[in-house]
Design a protein around this ligand. Sequence first.
Ligand SMILES: NC(=O)c1ccc[n+]([C@@H]2O[C@H](COP(=O)([O-])OP(=O)(O)OC[C@H]3O[C@@H](n4cnc5c(N)ncnc54)[C@H](O)[C@@H]3O)[C@@H](O)[C@H]2O)c1
Length: 307
Amino acid sequence: MSQRIAVIGAGTIGASWAAIFLARGHDVAVSDPAPEGEAFARRFIANAWPTLEKLGWVEKGASQDRFTFHKDPAAAAVGADFVQESGPEREDLKIKLFNTIDAAAPPQTVIASSSSGLLISRVTVECKHPERCVIGHPFNPPHLIPLVEVVGGAKTSRAAIDKAMAFYRSVGKHPIEIKKEVRGHVANRLQAALWREVVHLVAEGVVSVADADAAVAYGPGLRWALAGPSLIFHLAGGEGGMKHFLDHLAPAMQSWMDDLGTTRLTPEVQQAIVKGVAEEAGSRSIADLQRWRDRKLIDVLKVSDSP
Ligand SMILES: NC(=O)c1ccc[n+]([C@@H]2O[C@H](COP(=O)([O-])OP(=O)(O)OC[C@H]3O[C@@H](n4cnc5c(N)ncnc54)[C@H](O)[C@@H]3O)[C@@H](O)[C@H]2O)c1
């Protein structure tokens, strides 16, 4: 069913959210104070549209013409069925913005923040209706990547979390519920855990940056594109599944876990990583690599089971 979705803050993340909400057949009311805000969002959506069509994600009746732009965030939020806030990652700014949205949006409407690291309990301290506010953290770019991390705060109601999960599913996303507020939510912590070890191995001279990348991209990364590490290890246990895997390999796994590094990102270590990745990229520019990644990502999304 077609709804009115408000997108407050339309930079890299907000414009991408607007693209998928439009593609799924909704009316999308966008607000951003930047002088070029409207033009940026319209251009982003027009560029994303052919990819969304190729993926078969543009629904019947969906149109880029169902985009409206409002300088005032309250005007975008009035009458909204769902609000996705994607303003700058600053607590003071988001507190003010949430106040404005909370006062304008109907009291039952869920207000979700894309925030990568702020706590919704803090962002909503001045809201009249904090119970309907959640974090709905996407992965960049949200019009393509299915994962959304939904986190409630101290005052968020069960109903708001359920509504947010259902809404994200309805636009083809794969939401997961995070049951406690933790810094970086879950997916960024998992990325940090793996990358901490990359940094450690490079700093210790065990492997080059390029070969550490190869160790992921040409090995476990191929399987992780299809399923997470626990389900993959369940298969590594053969007929006995995870139980056999652990009976067999828990001591070895524990010894590797105990040996993982805790190297700090000192200026010297950062320099080594920058140099290593420049060697890996070679003559390929950032723009070349972006085009290559986006093309391949579409192929991966086509074979992925998500949502
Ligand atoms: N970039 C990422 O990879 C990524 C991934 C997931 C989540 N996020 C989160 O998404 C949010 C937006 O990040 P981004 O990367 O799109 O940043 P961005 O700088 O590209 O976009 C922020 C937008 O907010 C607008 N803005 C400034 N003041 C505003 C106000 N008072 N009200 C409304 N809009 C305002 C800016 O004009 C800009 O267009 C942040 O909370 C960030 O943590 C970012």
